[in-house]
Ligand binder design. Structure first.
Ligand code: MFK
Ligand code: FAD
Length: 499
């Protein structure tokens, strides 16, 4: 007799099935805009389902780095996975970067864009990582006011045609410092020809396959520290398509995000252009950080949503003790708790997208701009941690099957572990939030929180009491640097939870 065989989880169209996204967009976007973008959302929702359902039928592939060809020529080629080869086509067809800068949709541009990002992310195999950096580079170049570089690069970054589309990297991390970027050692030297060339080693470069990069380097002889760094724009290949001044040492052997080729590289005379003044590079590259941090938050949401969709589907299929898991009150309570945390994180992150859209369109108040600055690191640090927690709980919701590689489930957890690490660790972002609060950023937060609580009609005494306590703690520690820093993570989590 045949023994029992459990059926595997399946995914439907990830736009159509997503009550949270659909009801949010219905409330937030004008009806005409929503109707215009809906076919695109449907397509990406179907792509998400197809990519997942297909992946169990084909072996996983990873990028392959070939430093030398057979004849001994240095080639530094990286062969990409099929999903990455489709990346430029999908990203340009759906305008994954262009949508965020679309003046026609004005203040709604970022909500539109991040709905696309949210649907595409998991199927993209982290092709969204270089997309995020490219979006950041376009934003930072626009902010720099460098007309020549804006004219040259921004149309390519925002292209809706794969033939003209360029990716940009964000090459910051060095061996001496990833959080402490001010310790960067890469040197910029100006030759007799007036051209700047970069010399140094970049330790984590995820978009090494991009056509361009924004990077930091220390102009020769200027001294140490972050403010002495300058921001440079460079193109990775010369007019003949050869690498220019960039050598790939190897690809990182990573816990997750294995389809994403993250390289160690040496810069050996790479031609580069200063984007603005020859100092304050950290300040100049900050727009990249803030954009990629929001991408990170939305991609964390995408992982959570994928986990919940799978766990929920499986709960219909799997029975234990005479009932399906969906009929087991404790299992349902566990899933409901995860769903509630996901929904709160969803609304926080998409609120940041709304604020960014309003700021970019020039319609945000000063209070909204200040709130955007504070909520960006808070949304990133909160969602990064939550994605790991929800991915871990999801594996458990599959029991032993959640631990098996060929279900595709363990990869969700391994991939999620990157969210809290890159783009500023939890503690670095908590300190970033503290920097904003010390600069007077608490008042806009409190104002927005009170407005939100007032609007619901209930008194929310417990939340207001927590917010009061956080404010009092911040005032009480004002002169105690050690206590402020030691408490920064707790403060950041409290502020996010209240919101
Ligand atoms: C699929 C998911 C999508 C996401 C993909 C992401 C791919 C991930 C690839 C990466 O990980 S790229 C590398 C990311 N690296 C980081 O995130 C660095 C983390 N470290 C920090 O953020 C530190 O706080 C920082 C490097 C900024 C500290 O450097 P410094 O040299 O000590 O700078 P300082 O003095 O704190 O700040 C310098 C200036 O920048 C100040 O302005 P002023 O010069 O006017 O005083 C700061 O206010 C300003 N600043 C710093 N962070 C800012 C900012 N301004 C606006 N927004 C910020 N976030
Ligand atoms: P460290 O700074 O050494 O951190 C170690 C610990 O110290 C952390 O817990 C941190 O929170 C803590 N810490 C540090 N400073 C403080 C402080 N002041 N107070 C309290 N705690 C502190 N970088 C790029 O530039 N471009 C890329 O494309 C890129 N891609 C990446 C891809 C992957 C898969 C990964 C894993 C990383 C990538 N990075 C990239 C690098 C990434 O941004 C850094 O690893 C990250 O910012 C942390 O820096 P670090 O590794 O130097 O850690």
């Amino acid at each position: 007799a045949m023994s029992f065989v459990q059926s595997a989880p399946e995914l439907g169209n990830q736009y159509r099935d997503d009550r949270v996204l659909r009801s949010y967009l219905a409330r937030t976007l004008p009806a005409a805009l929503r109707e215009t973008i809906e076919p695109d959302l449907e397509l990406l929702g179907q792509h998400a389902a197809d990519a997942w359902n297909e992946r169990t039928h084909r072996p996983r592939s990873e990028p392959v780095f070939t430093p030398w060809d057979a004849w001994g020529n240095r080639v530094d080629r990286i062969a990409l996975t099929p999903a990455w080869q489709e990346g430029p086509g999908i990203a340009t067809r759906h305008g994954l970067i262009a949508a965020g800068h679309d003046e026609a949709t004005g203040e709604h541009a970022r909500v539109h864009q991040f709905a696309l990002v949210y649907l595409y992310h998991v199927a993209s195999e982290f092709y969204t990582c270089p997309l995020a950096m490219t979006d950041g580079a376009a934003t930072a170049l626009k902010a720099s006011g460098n007309a020549a570089l804006i004219a040259r690069a921004v149309p390519r970054f925002l292209s809706r045609d794969a033939a003209t589309f360029w990716l940009s990297g964000q090459w910051m991390t060095e061996t001496a410092g990833g959080s402490d970027v001010g310790r960067s050692e890469t040197e910029a030297r100006r030759g007799a020809d007036g051209q700047w060339r970069l010399y140094g080693r970049k330790w984590f470069t995820s978009a090494v396959v991009g056509e361009a990069a924004l990077t930091l380097a220390r102009p020769e002889g200027v001294g140490s520290g972050g403010s002495a760094l300058a921001m440079f724009y460079l193109e990775t290949h010369d007019a003949e398509g050869r690498w220019q001044g960039v050598r790939i040492d190897r690809l990182k052997d990573k816990l997750g995000t294995r389809e994403l080729p993250t390289a160690e590289i040496h810069l050996d005379g790479a031609l580069a252009t200063p984007v603005g003044e020859l100092r304050n590079g950290v300040r100049m590259i900050a727009p990249v950080l803030n954009i990629t941090r929001l991408w990170n938050a939305v991609c964390s949401l995408a992982t959570m949503r994928r986990c919940l969709a799978l766990a929920r589907d499986y709960a219909h299929r799997r029975s234990a003790f005479g009932r399906t898991l969906l009929e087991q009150p404790l299992h349902v309570d566990t899933l409901a708790g995860m769903q509630a945390e996901f929904e709160a994180a969803f609304h926080l992150s998409f609120h940041v997208a709304e604020l960014l859209g309003r700021a970019q369109a020039g319609v945000a108040s000063a209070g909204e701009r200040a709130l955007l600055r504070l909520l960006t690191p808070l949304a990133k640090l909160w969602t990064g941690k939550l994605a790991v927690k929800i991915a871990s709980e999801t594996l458990e919701a599959f029991g032993g099957m959640g631990y098996l590689e060929d279900t595709g489930l363990p990869q969700l957890l391994r991939d999620a572990q990157v969210y809290p690490i890159w783009e500023g660790t939890t503690n670095v972002l908590a300190l970033d939030a503290l920097r904003v609060l010390e600069g007077g950023g608490l008042a806009p937060w409190r104002h927005a929180l009170d407005a939100l609580l007032d609007a619901t009609g209930a008194d929310h005494a417990a939340i207001r009491a927590d917010a009061d306590a956080a404010e009092a703690w911040l005032r009480g520690c004002a002169d105690d640097r050690l206590a402020l820093e030691a408490g920064a993570r707790g403060l950041a989590l409290t502020l996010t939870r209240c919101f």
